[in-house]
Unconditional design. Sequence first.
Length: 190
Amino acid sequence: MEKRAFFSRFVVPVLVVFLLMAASFAVYSVAWKINAYVLQQVLSTVSGVILFFTIAFGTFVVYPMTYFRGASTAERIIASLINPFAWATKEVVRITMSFTLAESLYFYLSPLQVAVFFAAVAEMGLAELLCRRAAKKRGEPIAVFSIPSIAALVAGLAVVAFLFAWEQGVYAFYIFIEGFRGLFGPGVGV
C-alpha cells in the first residue's frame, strides 16, 4: 500500500468529517431563526441527524481513509480521535459561560463524552478488521484478525454498554455528578 503525503493521508480524512460536522452544527444552530416553520424543521432535523452521525460514526469514515492512504497505526488512531475531541472541546468551551474553567474541563469526563470516546475506540477496532479484510481481498499478505483490534472493539463496546445499559446512563451520570461535587463542592443552591 502506497504511503501518501501527510496532508493526504491524515489531514484530508479528518477535514472531511470535521467540515461536515461544523457545517451541520452551524445550520442546526441557526435553523431556529428561519421564519418558515416547515423549512426550519427540515433543516434542523437533517442537520441534527448529520451532526449526530459525524460525532457518533465519523471514525468509520476517517479510519478507513487513513488506512488506505498509508497512515501508520498511530496516525490512524490520532486522526480518528480528533473530531470527537473537537466536539467535546466545543461542549467544554460552551459551558465555560456558566462554570469555572476547572469545572468546565471536568465535563470531558461526562458519561456522554466518555461514551463518544469509547465508541470511537470500538469503531477503530471494527474498522481495522474491515480494512484488513479488504486489503487481504486485494491480495495483500495480511492477517484479517488482530488481537489489538478485537480488544479495542470489545473494550469500547463494553464501556459504552456499561455506561448506558446501567439504568439508561442514570447511574453513570450520578457518579459523574458525585465526582463533580467531590472536587468542586455542592454548588449553588444545594
